[in-house]
Structures are given as structure tokens and as C-alpha cells.
Design a protein around this ligand. Structure first.
Ligand code: DOR
Ligand code: ZN
Length: 343
């Protein structure tokens, strides 16, 4: 296949940061995705509707006039988020979901929730007003092995949560394990999951190939090959519970290449091309459109896009570095060739 035309995709999980950093990265997403769910883990986090609307305006103000890109905003769930915040979020018409970071689980999660019982009434309101919960699904305890944190989160937090709130719509974000795939596949249609390109493309060996690879470090951390195979199977299965979320998460190069490097891979400049490469290698290019362009919109109950994008079989090289505010960011696959190019 030399050309692939399909309905324009959306990115259901994206970090664009703010200020000068955002100016540097937003076009990489807007060039091919129609919409993206914008993560609220700024510093300070986006916790109120007015903050989210102001953030949305900052994003829209820097988009080139001819781009039709829609940021879909989220609020950061803290222990102070109230049922009234949920009512306001629903009424705004601009907030598509609430993001739950277990406190301490990942980048800028320190304002997250230590115990969901502290926000029980808020979760009740989310269920009542049908506002989806997006979950970073990892337990925090240092006593738990990092490779087990997702599985144990599902057992100890997600499964009881779903039992208490059977009508709450939930997206388990950036799943990385066979256990997550199986759990989501077996659940009812209130539960879905996003899958990143990097977790489909790499396993944990890629963290340590000929030395330590800070640009392959993200959270949840890459897992062993059998888990990657389970993710590939899920993403290419045509099961609408699994859809695209890049979790593209840019960090300045000096904060990645450091004694204690930040978690996150910057994939937006090559995201749809990388998904295409992965689906092609798995002989499943015919499943890309559903995964990238239909199932997420259906879950969020938003209209599917109607215009198309075209990918061509054409080699291009990912830049070594890209501008990131006053610093640089190194994208995934920096300096390497990609086989699909956006027309
Ligand atoms: O690798 C990650 N980076 N995982 C997250 O959960 C957060 C993200 C970020 O914001 O950098
Ligand atoms: Zn994320």
C-alpha cells in the first residue's frame, strides 16, 4: 500500500504544557489531529472551569488561523474538587472529563488524590451528570514493584471503584499490560482504554539498549515483550474499547538527560505516522481508522470527524532536536527514518 486515506484522527490523551513550551509543540498535534484531550497537569494544575477555559483560550490563540483544531479540556481531580465543580464542568460544555492522578504517581501529580474516599461525593456527581473519569492507573506505594503497579491498581482501586459506580464512564489511560487489556476487554461498555504509540512500539529492553535511554522513559514504564504483544493485539482487534491516545509528553532535553530524568516521550511530531508503521507491521492497517478516528469519539459521545487525512509511503527523517520554548526537546525516533509521511 502506497497511500492511506482515512477519516481524520483525534488524540484522546495529550500534554501540550503552557506558555512558550506550548507554542513550540501545539502545531505538531494540530497538523494531523482534529481534536485532542488536553491533560491538566500544569503547574499549578488546571482544577477549575475558569482555569480550563483560560487554558483553552491560550491554546486557541496560538493556533495558526487556518488550523481547525479543537482542544478538549479536562479538570485535574484534587481532594478539594467538589460536586459543584462537576456541575459547573458539565454546564460549561467545554470540559470533556476529569483526570485522576493518584498523588505521587507521575509528573505533576502531587496535587492528586491520596484516597478516592476523600472525593466520593465528587465521583457520585460525575456518575450522575455523566462526566467521564480518566485514570492514571498505577498504585503509588514504594513497596510495589514498578512493573506491577498497573496490575495492582486494577485489582485494588479500579475494580472496587467500578463496583461502587457502575454507571461512571472511565478511561483507563495509556495501558501497558496484558492484565489491563484483559480487564478492559471483559468489562462493560462504561470502561475503555487508550494506548500510546510508544507502548505499542517498544518494550522494556528499549530502556537499556547499549546504555540507559532517558528518552524511552515514561510512566507507566515500558513493559516486557509479552505485554507489548497484548497491546498490539488489542489495538488492532477492532474492539472499540481501545483507542488512540498518544500521551505525547515533551520535556526539555536537560530535564530528561539528568541524574533524575523526567518521565514522558515527545511523540506528537511523528505520532500518526508511527501508529501507521506499527499497524502495518502487524498487517492491520485496515484497523487503524477505527482505532484512531472512530472509537474515541464514540466513547466520548462526540461526532466522528468527516474530513480525511492521507499518509504516503515516503521516507522522512525525524529531526534530532526541536525547539521547546527557550530550550530543546528530543522527539522519539530522533534522527531516524519514518516510512509513512503525512501528505
Ligand atoms: O510519562 C509520562 N509523562 N506519564 C505521565 O503520566 C505524565 C507525563 C507528563 O506529563 O510528562
Ligand atoms: Zn499523560
Amino acid at each position: 500500500m502506497q497511500r492511506l486515506t482515512f477519516i481524520q484522527p483525534d488524540d484522546w490523551h495529550l500534554h501540550v504544557r503552557d506558555g512558550d513550551h506550548m507554542i513550540s509543540v501545539i502545531a505538531a498535534t494540530a497538523r494531523c489531529f482534529a481534536r485532542a484531550v488536553i491533560m491538566p497537569n500544569l503547574k499549578p494544575p488546571v482544577t477549575t472551569v475558569s482555569q480550563a477555559l483560560a487554558y483553552r483560550e491560550r491554546i486557541c490563540n496560538i493556533l495558526a488561523p487556518d488550523t481547525s483544531f479543537t482542544p478538549l479540556m479536562t479538570l485535574y481531580l484534587t481532594e478539594h474538587t467538589t460536586p459543584n465543580d462537576i456541575i459547573q464542568a458539565k454546564a460549561s460544555g467545554e470540559i470533556v472529563a476529569i483526570k485522576y492522578y493518584p498523588a505521587g504517581a507521575t509528573t505533576h501529580s502531587e496535587f492528586g488524590v491520596t484516597d478516592l474516599r476523600k472525593v466520593w461525593h465528587t465521583l457520585e456527581a460525575m456518575q450522575l451528570y455523566d462526566v467521564p473519569l480518566l485514570i492514571h492507573g498505577e498504585v503509588v506505594a514504594d513497596s510495589i514493584d514498578i512493573f506491577d503497579k498497573e496490575r495492582i491498581f486494577i485489582e485494588q482501586i479500579l475494580d472496587p471503584l467500578r463496583a461502587e459506580f457502575p454507571e461512571l464512564r472511565i478511561v483507563l489511560e495509556h495501558i501497558t499490560t496484558q492484565e489491563a487489556v484483559e480487564y478492559v476487554a471483559l468489562a462493560n461498555d462504561k470502561l475503555a482504554a487508550t494506548i500510546t504509540a510508544h507502548h505499542l512500539a517498544m518494550n522494556r529492553n528499549d530502556l537499556f539498549k547499549n546504555g540507559i535511554r532517558p528518552h524511552h522513559y515514561c510512566l507507566p514504564v515500558l513493559k516486557r515483550e509479552s505485554h507489548r504483544q497484548a497491546l498490539l493485539q488489542a489495538a488492532t482487534s477492532g474492539n472499540p474499547k481501545f483507542f488512540l491516545g498518544t500521551d505525547s509528553a515533551p520535556h526539555a532535553v536537560h530535564t530528561k538527560e539528568a541524574a533524575c530524568g523526567c518521565a514522558g516521550m515527545y511523540t506528537a511530531p511523528l505520532a500518526i505516522e508511527l501508529y501507521a508503521e506499527i499497524f502495518e507491521a502487524y498487517h492491520a492497517l485496515d484497523k487503524l481508522e477505527g482505532f484512531a478516528s472512530f472509537y474515541g469519539a464514540d466513547f466520548y459521545r462526540l461526532p466522528r470527524n468527516t474530513n480525511t487525512i492521507t499518509l504516503m509511503k515516503k521516507t522522512w527523517q525525524v529531526p534530532d532536536t526541536l525547539t521547546f520554548g527557550t530550550t530543546q526537546v528530543i522527539p522519539l525516533r530522533a534522527g531516524e527514518n519514518m516510512s509513512w509521511q503525512l501528505a
